[in-house]
Write a new protein. Structure first.
Length: 298
C-alpha cells in the first residue's frame, strides 16, 4: 500500500516563537565587544545607545571628541553632544580635568561598562574615603540598630553651583568676556547664575594666555542655527572640550648691541666706494697722500 502524502505545510518547531525576532547567533572569537543589556536596551534615544556602543568598541586612547564622533556618524553636533550629556548623566561617561606637570589642564574621558563602576586597572586611583573613628563595643551596643546616620550635605556640581556664589566671587575679566558674547550672537544671553558657573573655565583660558577676542571667537564660531538647549550648555561644552593652546614661547634674551655700520662714501681721489662716517679719501689714497710729502722732502 502506498504511503499517503499530504500537501500541508510542516509544523514549525515547537521551540521557535510564532512572532517577533528569531536570533541567528554566531560564536565570535575575535573583533567583538561585550555590552550589558542595561545599556543595549536603554530606553530613550537610539543615538545615545549607538554612541555608547561605538565608544565601547574603540581601542583605549582613541579620540571621542565631538568632531571625531561627527566624522563617524551622520548626526550633527547637537545630537552627538546631547547623547554624550545623557551618557554622562547616566554614569557611563566621566570627564576629569587633570593638570599636567607643565601646568596645562587637559580633560580625560573615561567610559564605564557599568554606570558608576570602579576604574579599570591602570587608571588613576580614586581618592581615599575618610575613615570613621572606631567606637568601643560598649558604645556600639548603646546605639540602637534603627538609628540612621544623618545624610551628608550634597557636594555642588558644575551644573549646580553653590548658592552663595555671586558675580563678586569670580574673575571680573571672565564675566566681561561672557557678557560680550551677546554682542556677537544675540542668543547668547546668560543669567547671573550661568555666568558664575562658566566664569572659572574662562578664567583658566585667560590664565593660559588666550586673549579675550580669541575666547569670543572660539565660543561663537560655528554655532547651530537653532538651540535645543540653553546657550549656557553649549558654552559649557565648548569650554570643557576645546583644548587649551600651548603657552607662548619664551622670548630669547636680547643679544649685545651691534655697532652702527657707517655709510658708503666716494673717494675724492680715485672715486672708489668705501665706508666712512664722512666724505673724504679712501685708505689707499690717504696712504699715498701721507707718503707724498716725505718723498718730496728727501
Amino acid at each position: 500500500m502506498a504511503d499517503s502524502q499530504s500537501n500541508a505545510r510542516l509544523r514549525a518547531d515547537a521551540g521557535a516563537p510564532t512572532s517577533g525576532v528569531i536570533h541567528v547567533r554566531t560564536r565570535l572569537t575575535a573583533d567583538f565587544t561585550v555590552i550589558s543589556n542595561a545599556l543595549a536596551q536603554r530606553r530613550g534615544s537610539a543615538v545615545t545607545v549607538g554612541v555608547a556602543v561605538y565608544i565601547l568598541s574603540l581601542p583605549t586612547g582613541t579620540p571621542v571628541t565631538i568632531a571625531a564622533l561627527c566624522a563617524h556618524f551622520t548626526e550633527g553636533e547637537i545630537l552627538i553632544s546631547r547623547a554624550l550629556r545623557e551618557l554622562e548623566a547616566a554614569g557611563y561617561l566621566e570627564r576629569r580635568r587633570e593638570r599636567l606637570p607643565s601646568g596645562q589642564i587637559r580633560t580625560r574621558t573615561y567610559f564605564h561598562d557599568v554606570p558608576g563602576g570602579a576604574p579599570r586597572p591602570g587608571g588613576p586611583p580614586e581618592p581615599p574615603k575618610p575613615s570613621r573613628p572606631r567606637k568601643s563595643p560598649a558604645v556600639e551596643q548603646a546605639v540602637p540598630a534603627s538609628t540612621v546616620a544623618p545624610e551628608a550635605a550634597p557636594t555642588p556640581t558644575p551644573d549646580q553651583p553653590e548658592e552663595s556664589a555671586s558675580l563678586s566671587d569670580v574673575d571680573p575679566r571672565a564675566i566681561a568676556v561672557l557678557a560680550s558674547l551677546r554682542r556677537v550672537d544675540p542668543r547668547l544671553v546668560l543669567s547671573e547664575r550661568e555666568a558664575v558657573r562658566l566664569a572659572p573655565a574662562v578664567t583658566a583660558w585667560l590664565t593660559a594666555g588666550v586673549a579675550p577676542s580669541r575666547i569670543t571667537a572660539l565660543l561663537t564660531t560655528g554655532l547651530p542655527d537653532r538651540f535645543l538647549t540653553r546657550p549656557a550648555g553649549i558654552l559649557a561644552f565648548r569650554l570643557r572640550e576645546t583644548p587649551l593652546p600651548a603657552p607662548p614661547p619664551v622670548p630669547l634674551p636680547p643679544g649685545p648691541d651691534r655697532p652702527a655700520v657707517p655709510p658708503f662714501q666716494t673717494c675724492d681721489g680715485c672715486e672708489r666706494a668705501f665706508r666712512a662716517p664722512e666724505p673724504g679719501h679712501c685708505r689707499d689714497c690717504r696712504g699715498h697722500l701721507a707718503r707724498g710729502p716725505l718723498r718730496a722732502a728727501g
